[in-house]
Design a protein around this ligand. Structure first.
Ligand code: PMV
Length: 316
């Protein structure tokens, strides 16, 4: 039996502009995890026939199926087939794959990529053929394309490497140092929002007026670059103003929402140093930068303003 876990992630700065080649910063969130377990034999399910069977169950999403019955575009099937192709496995033996996740779906915490990474590593371990991080990330990226259409690749990268990542699309992975740890409160609007839609809407805006939106992407990229410098030099309190700037730019891009704005404002009113939406937007999560001792109070304020749940996480 092999088991593998992968963390969630949160984008600190640079979402959306990252799709257009600007840098973004993302960090793993270990308070939430996806876990995949693979064991030999198809039990506890009944065999359907004499041919080898791979059963897959993911109770969190109500899935229990034979792998061969899932469409090729199903993310779990695509991840498993990606592993078989990478390892040159033509006829995998009977096995039972079980997936659990505490990462909320479609909320900007990287649930899809985390499930893929956990499954890819557990399956490769089951075949005693561990894959390199680069291979894991590449297979997870192919699966991300099914979820997102034109993903930048930031989710699969930060989740595979489980380190703070300064991400520029198409460039080799670059991690960054956290000069002094800092605390974030993550607030979930509870509104599921498919990233594919907000990314598609931003593309339509951009196509209608490229010079205008290129300028906004440049401004977001500049915020992300400055944020990296501040994080590396330990001046994390200076990130507050940069978060507020980044949120305002994302509002211009129309990817915030009344629910996100309400949580951002509640965070600031309750003493956060800065706050912004995180990820695709329109719903999902926001983040607030806080003094550590103030985190529970800010989390309470977010809940009073409608947050479905909050996570307090330490970066670095
Ligand atoms: O919604 P999330 O956390 O998966 O993040 C999407 C980030 C975008 O920049 C909006 C899209 C992308 O592919 O980078």
């Amino acid at each position: 039996m092999t088991t593998s876990s992968a963390p969630g992630k949160i984008i600190l700065f640079g979402e959306h502009a990252v799709v257009y080649g600007r840098p973004a910063l993302a960090v793993p969130v270990t308070e939430v995890q996806a876990t995949a377990t693979v064991r030999a034999g198809a039990e506890p399910f009944d065999r359907l026939g004499a041919t080898p069977e791979i059963w897959i169950e993911a109770p969190d999403i109500g899935l229990r199926s034979e792998l061969s019955r899932l469409p090729a575009t199903h993310p779990l099937a695509a991840a498993a087939r990606g592993v078989f192709a990478a390892l040159g496995v033509d006829s995998p033996p009977d096995c039972h794959i079980s997936i659990r996740s505490t990462i909320p779906v479609a909320s900007g915490l990287g649930s899809g990529a985390a499930v893929s990474v956990a499954l890819i590593r557990a399956l490769a371990g089951f075949f005693h053929s561990p894959l390199t991080d680069e291979q894991v990330s590449a297979i997870a990226y192919d699966v991300e394309k099914l979820h997102h259409g034109t993903p930048s690749g930031i989710d699969n990268t930060v989740i595979t490497y489980a380190k703070p990542v300064y991400f520029v699309k198409g460039q080799p992975i670059e991690t960054f140092r956290v000069g002094a740890p800092f605390t974030l409160v993550i607030g979930d609007t509870g509104v599921p929002a498919p990233t594919k839609e907000s990314v598609g809407d931003v593309r339509r805006l951009w196509e209608a007026d490229k010079p205008r939106w290129e300028t906004v992407f440049d401004q977001i990229g500049e915020v992300a670059r400055r944020a990296r410098e501040r994080i590396e030099s330990g001046e994390w309190r200076a990130l507050g103003a940069l978060m507020n700037d980044n949120h305002a730019l994302l509002q211009q891009l129309t990817v915030s929402s009344p629910e996100l704005d309400r949580l951002v404002e509640a965070g600031l009113r309750s003493g956060a140093l800065g706050a912004k939406m995180s990820g695709g937007g329109r719903g999902g999560n926001m983040i607030a930068l806080v003094e550590k001792e103030n985190a529970p109070a800010v989390a309470e304020a977010l809940k009073s303003a409608g947050a479905r749940r909050t996570i307090i996480t330490q970066v670095g």
